[in-house]
Design a protein around this ligand. Structure first.
Ligand SMILES: Nc1ncnc2c1ncn2[C@@H]1O[C@H](COP(=O)(O)OP(=O)(O)OP(=O)(O)O)[C@@H](O)[C@H]1O
Length: 595
């Protein structure tokens, strides 16, 4: 991208020369202003020679007129450089889109993305032109003022130039921080907008899953991140204001304070006024222009070029999915934290769940049970250690190998049959398209999801299989209540327990050999929960249940007790005797008959 910038600047040497020559004309007032004002006062008005005073001012006025003509020529010459730069960028973007299309044959191409990047190209072109114009203007103005001041009175230059240089250095030193903060702000802003858009599109489903609170908390995190990025940017911008104060206004104070010294050196009052004119009319506006040009347009240019570079990259390769050899789960020294500075939720956990085992996970709220469920299902990746399902990393295991049912079960608008058959319809469903893996996902809006590809095309479970699953999980009343398999479901009209039953039958019918129920039966009554857990245990494969009731733990072959970093495993009877925490939990849970 830098190469494109340099190429744009070097490609038109004729235009560069034209810009330099016209810049000399444009900078003439910056050179003349102090001299003309000083001479007009001292040789003209103070010496009672009004004509001389007016002549100096007229010369200055003429210089302004010529500067205006020059400014127009400069805009044209800068445009002659910026337009080919825009063309280069567009070629880059379109080339990237073509490479992307070639790398993902058959995939739907996001033409809106190309349009968005096209907009970035226009922004980059405008920002490029603004940066060239301001940096050039600043350089010519400063050189002119330095020459003018030295001609007028070297003493005045001593008072003006050091603080001006200090302000300039302060601003340039703050630029990297400003750029970083601006970029972070833009990114936080974009992330918030993306989340908002996604949430608005999925509102119906969020309500249907009863996930309002969770989604609200998630949005609050993004809003806070954006607000904190805005605060950080505001703090960095304060340095910019300080730089303007030091470079643009401190010289005025020094000239005024140094007036006696200037006068004692032989300078007249006109020299003092001239020096002030240099500062207030040329230097301060030039510094302000540079701060604006680099601090806003420069950062905009950097941000747009970043986007364009990212858009022109070929898409990352999708990791290949691996087929687990079995439904055994193995965790080796697994550590996971939700943020780089957060305490680990899972800390050095090793665990082996052989194929066919029924494991219950218990522990106080916040102990990390759901986190463990997400690690085993591959939704989360460990920070250290490994989670293997049938010998392959859980996050790379093919989607059909396991099903995680969270507490908020997902039901989409479609027939009951389509809902039940969703995970058992070949070909392999993608985990990104798995409603039980992602409660926010809406298959209704999924281009790959065809609600008609259920049992009706013969690819899903047969009628007998469907009936058997419904009977095994005690969902016959639900089927009757909604009006049969071909009744269309309104997720909002189902109770939380009914939605859980739909998701459970769906998981039961899936080919997955590893089933993870994360409080997936919490809205069922104890008897219904017992029936479901017995059915899954009898189904074969591995069953991991994040327990909601003590009865769930009693039914399991083994219990994993989580308590922050500490973890203990054993049968229910063993843990009651060896763990006071487990005994406490058992005491807190409502005593219920063992089924
Ligand atoms: N997405 C997240 N971002 C940050 N922290 C999280 C996230 N999800 C969970 N946590 C935190 O991680 C810790 C463990 O949470 P987790 O949900 O795994 O516990 P849990 O044992 O399942 O709790 P509960 O029984 O209440 O569902 C908690 O302190 C929780 O606040």
């Amino acid at each position: 991208m830098r190469a494109l910038l340099w190429r744009a600047l070097r490609r038109e040497p004729g235009q560069l020369v034209r810009i330099c020559l016209w810049s000399l004309v444009e900078a003439a007032p910056a050179f003349l202003i102090g001299l003309a004002v000083a001479r007009a006062i001292e040789d003209g008005f103070a010496a009672a020679r009004v004509d001389v005073g007016l002549a100096w001012l007229a010369a200055l006025g003429l210089a302004w007129v010529l500067a205006a003509v020059a400014a127009r020529q400069i805009v044209l010459a800068v445009a002659a450089i910026a337009e080919p730069f825009r063309d280069d960028l567009l070629t880059h973007v379109v080339g990237g889109a073509v490479r992307r299309a070639a790398a993902t044959p058959g995939a739907a191409q996001d033409s809106a993305a190309v349009t968005r990047v096209g907009l970035q190209v226009e922004l980059a072109r405008d920002a490029f032109a603004a940066v060239v114009t301001t940096v050039r203007g600043f350089a010519f103005t400063v050189v002119s003022v330095v020459l003018g001041l030295l001609t007028l009175a070297p003493g005045a230059a001593l008072l003006v130039l050091p603080p001006f240089a200090a302000g300039l250095v302060l601003f340039l030193a703050s630029l990297p921080l400003l750029t970083r903060r601006q970029r972070e702000f833009l990114l936080a802003d974009e992330r918030l907008a993306e989340e908002m858009t996604a949430m608005a599109g999925g509102l119906r489903d969020i309500v249907a899953c009863g996930a309002e609170e969770r989604q609200g908390a998630r949005m609050a995190t993004h809003v806070e991140a954006q607000a904190s990025a805005a605060r950080a940017l505001a703090r960095a911008t304060a340095v910019r204001t300080a730089a303007l104060g030091v470079g643009g206004w401190l010289p005025v104070v020094l000239v005024l304070a140094g007036t006696p010294w200037l006068l004692s050196g032989g300078a007249g009052a006109g020299v003092v006024v001239g020096a002030l004119a240099y500062v207030t009319q040329s230097l301060a506006p030039a510094l302000g222009g540079l701060v604006q040009g680099l601090g806003v347009s420069g950062i905009q240019l950097a941000a747009s070029l970043d986007r364009i570079t990212a858009a022109a990259q070929p898409p990352p390769l999708r990791p290949t999915r691996l087929r687990p050899a079995s439904a055994e789960v193995r965790l080796r020294e697994v550590t996971f934290a939700y943020g780089p500075h957060s305490a680990p939720v899972v800390d050095g956990l090793s665990l082996h769940v052989p194929e066919g085992e029924h494991l219950a996970v218990v522990g106080p709220s916040g102990a990390g049970k759901s986190t463990l469920a997400s690690l085993i299902s591959g939704l989360l990746r460990p920070d250290a250690g490994e989670v293997l399902v049938g010998g392959v990393p859980a996050d790379r295991a093919e989607p059909a190998a396991r099903v995680l049912i969270p507490q908020e079960a997902y039901v989409f608008r479609g027939t009951l049959r389509e809902n039940l058959a969703y995970l058992s319809t070949p070909p392999d469903h993608d985990p990104d398209h798995d409603p039980d893996h992602d409660p926010d996902h809406d298959p209704d809006h999924d281009p790959d999801h065809d609600p008609g590809d259920g049992d009706s095309d013969g690819a899903g479970p047969g009628a007998a299989e469907l009936d058997a699953a419904v009977r095994a999980l005690g969902a016959a009343d639900l089927v009757a209540a909604v009006g049969g398999y071909d009744a269309r479901l309104d997720p909002g009209a189902l109770s939380a327990g009914q939605r859980q039953l739909v998701a459970l039958v769906r998981a039961y019918l899936s080919p997955a050999r590893l089933i993870i129920l994360d409080e997936a039966t919490c809205h069922l009554d104890p008897a219904a929960e017992a029936l479901v857990e017995h059915a899954f245990a009898a189904r074969g494969g591995t069953l991991v249940v994040v327990a909601h009731r003590i009865t769930s733990a009693r039914r399991a072959g083994r219990v994993l007790l989580m308590d922050g970093g500490r973890v203990q495993a054993g049968t229910h009877d063993e843990l009651v005797h060896t763990s006071s925490l487990y005994a406490d939990l058992v005491g807190h849970w409502q005593p219920e008959p063992v089924s």
